[in-house]
Design a protein around this ligand. Sequence first.
Ligand code: SF4
Length: 466
Amino acid sequence: MDKRQGVMGDGLFQRVEELIKVAVLLPKGMSDQEVEGLLRLLPPDTSRSMRALLSPRFRDVSLDFIRMIGGWVKEAREAREEGRKVVLVPFNFPPEIIYLFRNAVPLTSEVLTTLGVSVLEGQGERYWDYAMGLGIPDFLCSSSTIELGSVLTGRDFEPDIIVQSAPGACDANSKIHEFVSLHMGIPQVILEKPTDTGPRGKELHGRYFMGFLRRLEELIGEELEEERMKEVLEEANRAAELYYELYDLRKFSPCPVPNIFSIFTYGTRFTRWGRPEGTRMMRAMVDLSKRRLESGEYPAPEEVARCMWLYIGYYFDFLGFFNWMEERGITYLNDILSLCQPRFVDTSSRESMLQGLAEACFEYPMTRQMGASSMSLAWIEDMCGFITDLRADCAIYSGHHACKQTWSIINQVRREILKRTGAPVLCLQGDSWIRRMTPTSVLQEEIESFVENVVRRRRRRAGRGA
Ligand code: SF4
């Protein structure tokens, strides 16, 4: 029997799917006692993540998120059964492009990895180890290699098509997608970004984008229809409006937006953008943050640090990361992924929609900075703008293991940020999806000592209390 028709083993997708089928049944309004009882039934790694998600501060919004992701996973399974195409995309690609097709659904490698790492017992270690056992170098990015390692076992859900949109921005990401495509015989469609960010580069990228769409149309067996495009992109525009409302709410101090909403924001952006489910999720986050703003609810006695994460965060311990910081008054304002600054696409014609989508790909987080003519300049300018706009008083670089391009310029970025905005920068080291690299306790010690010895002292000197 064809594996793509449903023979599964113990792959990441299938294990996440089984778990999420149960999680979506959790009702809203559960008491703390009921949650505690439930957590005791779960294996330790799963229980820890669920404890973070089911914090009473944002429990019902987490349940909305779980349902949204559950629907996304279920839709991929059903698409396979109905003969529609499942398209695996990386997180630097707008999923609404796949929703333009009636006969295709997107799955995002890095979202699957993050789900596996956050909710499965043993996290994503067995899939990473499998990939390493094949001789794949450990400098590829765990964000995609964990999910793709699972696909490589031949015992997991396999996509029908692989989209590669990291060439020009991140080789670590593009090479593992390419390898899986060639090794497993899954067709790939490549969208490359020229490093010329001027008008000539944009014009060339526009041509690449049109060629990319034509190839996608051939593989999916469907031509894009203007009416469907309009429907999807108007929905995406509604989600974008809510995105900017949430962004503005982060400007208040203490910040009324829970730290974990950063990952919910890109969890939504990378899976359900252009679908009503994504818009509803954005609305749920805005509504809760507004309520917190009005009631003055904040989980710590005071906000001691407003922290911009310069690139990405850590995803193997939500409880010890997002919740831990928030309970100490350390606000996780945003990171490069949640700063996706979605564009409003002009839906007045087919041409305007295609142009808007090409621009969205060109300016997508990571691609925008690491695929720029000057990586350091693009990154510095974006981050300085956000630090000033969101009134961050410090910044942290997670020093993700695979991110060699960011490592190569972090010293320069750090110096410039301090010079231009006055925000000190902490450089950490660790893998964002693998706990074995740097454990949470070490990261917590570093963050705590930075906030205590640098951020608070500077605040006191500036006469801002804390
Ligand atoms: S986190 Fe770094 S290494 Fe991983 S995909 Fe993004 S740019 Fe590439």
